[in-house]
Design a protein around this ligand. Structure first.
Ligand code: RP5
Length: 163
């Protein structure tokens, strides 16, 4: 079956961050395609990937990159699919460079920018599932259950000194 989510990133070194997106999609039973597609090192591949993505059947693209993080914006420039951008925490500037590279898109080309690092990657996976859930009642139910479990876990153990 053709996965509905493409989970792409600029480098293999982004995987320890981006696997948080895979984690929540695994939990919610959403299939995804994973691949390194670099805006700078493989620019032609990036254009070809983004241009073919909608026709291939992808519904959402998650793009993670660090530093001069042009990947999500360049992908968005080549597709009408929603693109979720994850700023990977960089060594030199702690991810502020990644965040600003991804978030400040010019009017008319949209990228939904998430938080820096693994929280952003996890939420990108979750948001991709939420988008797909608009047309998938079973997935919608799984997301509601996940949210309920999360709420109950906090309410059941409110003492910050306990694990
Ligand atoms: C970006 O440069 C990648 O997204 C990665 O976050 C960063 C560093 O890449 P490597 O030098 O580790 O391959 O393109």
């Amino acid at each position: 079956m053709q996965p509905q989510v493409a989970l792409i990133m600029g480098s293999k070194s982004d995987w320890p961050t981006m696997e948080a997106a895979a984690e929540i999609m695994d939990k919610l039973g959403v299939a995804y395609h994973v691949e390194v597609v670099s805006a700078h090192r493989t620019p032609n591949k990036l254009c070809e990937f983004a241009e073919a993505a909608a026709e291939k059947g992808f519904k959402v693209i998650i793009g993670g990159a660090g530093g001069a993080a042009h990947l999500p914006g360049m992908v968005a420039a080549h597709t009408r699919l929603p693109v979720l951008g994850v700023p990977v925490q960089s060594k030199a500037l702690n991810g502020m460079d990644s965040l600003l590279s991804i978030v400040q898109m010019p009017k008319g080309v949209a990228v939904g920018t998430l938080a820096i690092g693994t929280s952003g990657a996890f939420n990108a996976g979750l948001l991709a599932c939420q988008i797909l859930a608009n047309n998938d009642p079973q997935l919608a139910e799984k997301i509601e259950d996940f949210r309920k479990e999360q709420t109950e876990a906090v309410l059941e153990n409110p003492d910050p000194r306990e694990e």
